[in-house]
Design a protein around this ligand. Structure first.
Ligand code: 13P
Length: 252
C-alpha cells in the first residue's frame, strides 16, 4: 500500500514571520496519529526554510524546497544548490513545476539534470508534469504528459526511480478553481503508471507515488484522494490557509 502524502507548495508567498505563524498553526492542528496514515511536507520559499525547519524538526512534518540548480556550485547568481537545501533540513524538492517551465524556461532536459542532482544528495524529487488547456482540447494531453515523464527519467535507474515522486498538475487547474474531476485525474495517473511500467516494471509502477495538484481544497480533496491511483496532493493556494490545509491532510 502506498502511503498518502500531502505537500504544501507555498510558492512565492509569506515572509519569515508569516511562515512561522502558518507553521505553528499547522503544528497545533495536527495530531501525531495522522502521520501514521499520511506524510506531510511543507515547501516554503527559500528564505523561510531555516525558520520553518526549526519549528518542525521535532515533529513528523517534513521540509521541501521549490527548486534547485542542477550544478553543484559556482558562478550562478541567484541560484540555490542541492547541498544548500539539504544543509537547511530539506528532504524533498519540487522540480519542473509548470510555473518554472512557463516563466523560467525550464525544460524536460533541465528537469532531468535536476532530478539526478537531487538524488545525488538524497533529496526526494517531486517531479511535476501536466498539460495546458490547449493541449487537452486538442486531445494530445496524454502524449504531452508521457513525453514529460519519459524525458525527465532519462538515464534514471530503477533503484533511483524508487525515490522519485510524480505530481500530475494540469496547468489549466492550477490556481483557477477548475479542479480536474477525480475521474480525469485518476485516468492521467493511470497513464503515468503505465508509462513507468513500460519503461521499468509493473512492480515499480505500483510502488511509485503520484500526487495530484491543481485547485485542491478541503471540499474536493476526499474525492480526489479516494481514487486508486491518486496518492495525495501537491497543494498551492489552500496550503496557505491552516484550516483548509489541515482538513485536506485529514481527508487523505
Ligand atoms: P493551486 O492549489 O493554488 O491550484 O496550486 C497548485 C500547485 O501549483 C501546487 O504546486
Amino acid at each position: 500500500m502506498r502511503k498518502k502524502l500531502i505537500a504544501g507548495n507555498w510558492k512565492m508567498n509569506l515572509n519569515i514571520e508569516q511562515s512561522e505563524k502558518l507553521t505553528s498553526l499547522i503544528l497545533e492542528k495536527l495530531n501525531e496519529d495522522i502521520f501514521n496514515k499520511t506524510d506531510v511536507v511543507l515547501c516554503p520559499p527559500f528564505t523561510s526554510l531555516f525558520n520553518v525547519h526549526t519549528l518542525i524538526k521535532n515533529s513528523k512534518i517534513k521540509l521541501g524546497a521549490q527548486n534547485i540548480h542542477y550544478k553543484d556550485e559556482g558562478a550562478y547568481t541567484g541560484e540555490i544548490s542541492a547541498s544548500m537545501i539539504k544543509s537547511v533540513g530539506c528532504e524533498f524538492v519540487i522540480l519542473g513545476h509548470s510555473e518554472r517551465r512557463q516563466y523560467f524556461y525550464e525544460t524536460d532536459e533541465t528537469v532531468n539534470l535536476k532530478i539526478k542532482k537531487a538524488l545525488e544528495f538524497s533529496l526526494i524529487p517531486i517531479v511535476c508534469v501536466g498539460e495546458t488547456i490547449t493541449e487537452r482540447e486538442s486531445g494530445i494531453h496524454e502524449t504531452v504528459v508521457e513525453n514529460q515523464v519519459v524525458n525527465s527519467l532519462k538515464d534514471i535507474s530503477p533503484d533511483q526511480l524508487k525515490n522519485i515522486i510524480f505530481a500530475y498538475e494540469p496547468v489549466w487547474a492550477i490556481g483557477t478553481g477548475h479542479t480536474a474531476t477525480p475521474i480525469q485525474a485518476n485516468s492521467m495517473h493511470r497513464k503515468i503508471r503505465t508509462v513507468i511500467e513500460n519503461l521499468y516494471s509493473n512492480d515499480i509502477a505500483n510502488t511509485i507515488k503520484i500526487l495530484y495538484g491543481g485547485s485542491v481544497n478541503e471540499k474536493n480533496s476526499a474525492d480526489l484522494f479516494s481514487q486508486p491511483d491518486i496518492d495525495g496532493g501537491l497543494v498551492g493556494g489552500a496550503s496557505l490557509k491552516p484550516d483548509s490545509f489541515t482538513e485536506i491532510i485529514l481527508s487523505a
